[in-house]
Write a protein that binds this ligand. Structure first.
Ligand code: HMG
Ligand code: MG
Length: 284
């Protein structure tokens, strides 16, 4: 039996958050609805962050209210603090994500906080979600390279991943935020993180800036990871990480996994359609 690898679709959030044109909510809703037909079990729809920080996500509640929910799919949202969590809950997010950095430089730029302060801010989010029965995912960013602090020590990634685990995150997604990881650095990072968490609680979130995301996915498959984040059309990037380019494209990851003998259970024709739609949003 071929093994299954899950792709967690990031397009509506990580894919669109950095686009300059303010994309109307109706277009985002159409993208989520198309993605809902393609076979994903989890789709990251939006984030509940101040509009001043990420103007593109200011319509978070409107987008979540407008999508057609398919049974069996969890519609997720990023929540930087308790206020964001409460708004995400009110808008009907099925799961939330808290997002920390492995480096101080990126933590300051992206969260206006030290790593320790950000973890303190996430604790009440995790606590509230536990009380509400809402699954919480954790991100660790800049897992191999930071645009401010340079190469990231693997031990720093392991420490932050462990802190997020201790808060109750069911899965930790490891972000190569600026897409500078190489199979060797990804492998060294995973080796450290695997001392804290088993591979079935980890996901790879690799941006494709240097065109090495698929190689980095291969290195992660070899370490036992079976969940990868990707965005249709290869859109994306973090506005607070200079040099961050798109997420690895979902359609490229799905095709790659199939040729490696894994099953994703995704509809490739619908993925291509969604990728065209996402790229069309960028061009207008
Ligand atoms: P801050 O400015 O220090 O926050 O930002 P604050 O607590 O001082 O609040 C500032 C103002 O925002 C206040 O309003 C608050 O009420 C309001 P004012 O009094 O000025 O009128 N506010 C909010 N409004 C709406 N929703 C909220 C909220 N919270 C406060 N939730 C903060 C601190 C953490 C909020 C900010 O730094 C932030 O939101 N950062 C997130 C930036 C972001 O979204 N980055 C992109 C996503 S992360 C990413 O892409 C990486 C990832 O893909 C993985 C990878 O690739 O590595 C996940
Ligand atoms: Mg990202």
């Amino acid at each position: 039996m071929p093994e299954t690898v899950e792709i967690f679709e990031m397009g509506p959030r990580d894919g669109l958050q950095n686009e300059k044109r303010l994309i109307p909510a109706a277009e985002k809703i159409a993208l989520v609805d198309l993605l809902s037909q393609a076979g994903f079990r989890r789709i990251e729809v939006t984030s509940f962050v101040p509009a001043r920080w990420v103007p593109q996500m200011a319509d978070a509640a409107e987008v979540l209210a407008g999508i057609t929910r398919r049974p069996g799919i969890r519609y997720a949202a990023l929540t930087p603090n308790l206020r964001g969590y409460q708004a995400a809950r009110a808008a009907g997010a099925d799961e939330v994500a808290i997002f920390a950095s492995a480096s101080e430089g990126f933590s300051r730029a992206n969260l206006n906080a030290t790593v320790a302060e950000s973890l303190e801010r996430f604790a009440p989010v995790a606590e509230a979600a536990r009380a509400d029965g809402i699954p919480v995912r954790g991100y660790v960013s800049v897992v191999t390279d930071c645009p401010f602090d340079g190469p990231t020590p693997p031990g720093s990634v392991a420490r932050v991943a462990a802190a997020l685990r201790d808060m109750g995150c069911y899965e930790i997604s490891l972000g190569d935020t600026i897409g500078q990881g190489r199979p060797e650095t990804i492998d060294a990072m995973l080796q450290a993180v695997l001392n804290e968490l088993p591979p079935d609680r980890l996901a790879g979130h690799y941006h494709d800036t240097a065109g090495r995301a698929l190689e980095n996915i291969d290195a992660s498959l070899a370490r036992g990871l079976r969940v990868f984040d990707a965005a249709v059309g290869g859109l994306g990037g973090c506005p607070y990480a200079p040099g961050a380019a798109g997420n690895v494209a979902t359609e490229a990851v799905a095709a790659h996994l199939e040729t490696r003998g894994f099953r994703t259970w995704l509809d490739m024709a619908l993925l291509r359609e969604a990728a065209d739609m996402a790229r069309g949003m960028r061009k207008e």
